[in-house]
Ligand binder design. Structure first.
Ligand SMILES: [Zn+2]
Length: 316
């Protein structure tokens, strides 16, 4: 049995966005057909959005018939637990995450697991060139040398510009890497997962980069960064010389460039989690900058609020 997670409601409130809190801790149900995962079909694993426990595999997801993501069974029988619920004037069976007891959705005999999208977070399974069909689930915390690199350039950037930025980035870091996964979402967004060919190389480079960034206590302009961190941060910035607007994530490092101004930050685990859950927030450099500034200025609680506002105002 997995370890139990028990937080006070205040702690959950700190940890979750307001809409997630309502769903997971106040047993709400999202509107039908409104959730992000209702019609999702990508291969991967759905985790509890509150505690991260593995809950459902995409292979057990069936077409939604009444507007919520529908699963036939959990990834493991002990992953969920059940509780009688009479709140709507009838007897229903509520499904909870057995690790943190957060509310997931409802169980029905015929179409078993109706789960709220907001109660879940999804991790894609990527294929590798080594083990076709036997791909690992990406895990950013446990698999230290598998590093996500996400590159968003201004939306009108031509495809070659994206490719050049990727090549420059790998070049300037002198990384001998294997691209494990290479995904494209539109011509302006490039997502790679890279692994160093020689163990340690990539980790060392990233540690240097993260340390250099952690030395900065405030946001700085490009010239100030150049002056203070002549080496590794400057290298990163050089790789973007020809790109006016960009958002780049390398591991936990996030860099936003708008009209030549560069903001760079080594994200904390919680900040990174906000990004992982809302990648759309970062596809627009202006939005990414706002969020990054609020991380820097006000700490994570305010940033969570900012993320809510930004997400709510984002056209879908
Ligand atoms: Zn949980």
């Amino acid at each position: 049995m997995a370890e139990q997670v028990r937080l006070s409601e205040d702690e959950w409130r700190q940890q979750l966005r307001a809409d997630e809190y309502k769903m997971l801790r106040e047993n709400r149900t999202e509107n039908p057909w409104s959730g992000a995962y209702v019609e999702a079909t990508a291969p991967g694993v759905y985790h509890c959005r509150a505690c991260g426990a593995e809950l459902f595999h995409s292979s057990t997801k069936v077409p939604a018939n009444c507007g919520w993501p529908l699963f036939t069974e959990p990834i493991d029988p002990t992953a969920v637990d059940f509780i009688e619920d009479r709140s709507a004037g009838m007897l229903r069976t509520r499904v909870r995450c057995s690790v943190c007891l957060s509310h997931l959705g409802y169980y029905f005999e015929h179409d078993p697991y109706h789960i709220n999208s907001l109660s879940l977070s999804f991790r894609r399974i990527v294929s590798t060139d080594q083990e076709p069909g036997e791909a690992p689930v990406l895990d950013f915390e446990d698999d230290g040398d598998l590093v996500p690199v996400r590159i968003f350039l201004s939306s009108d950037a031509p495809r070659e510009e994206v490719e050049r930025a990727v090549a420059n980035l790998l070049d300037t870091f002198e990384l001998d890497v294997r691209v494990v996964y290479d995904g494209e979402i539109g011509s302006w967004f490039h997502e790679l997962f890279i692994r160093a060919r020689q163990r340690g190389t990539l980790g060392d480079q990233l540690t240097k980069l993260e340390r250099a960034i952690d030395l900065q206590t405030h946001l700085r302009t490009q010239s100030e960064v150049d002056e203070r961190q002549g080496d590794v941060v400057a290298k990163l910035i050089t790789s973007l010389e020809n790109t006016p607007n960009a958002v780049i994530q390398i591991g936990s490092v996030l860099l936003v460039k708008i009209s030549g101004d560069i903001l760079v930050r080594n994200l904390t685990q919680r900040e990174l989690a906000i990004y992982e859950r809302n990648p759309a927030l970062f596809r627009d450099p202006a939005t990414a900058r706002k969020l990054l500034e609020s991380f820097q200025r006000e700490g994570v609680t305010a940033a969570l609020k900012a993320a809510d506002t930004l997400e709510a105002s984002e056209p879908s």
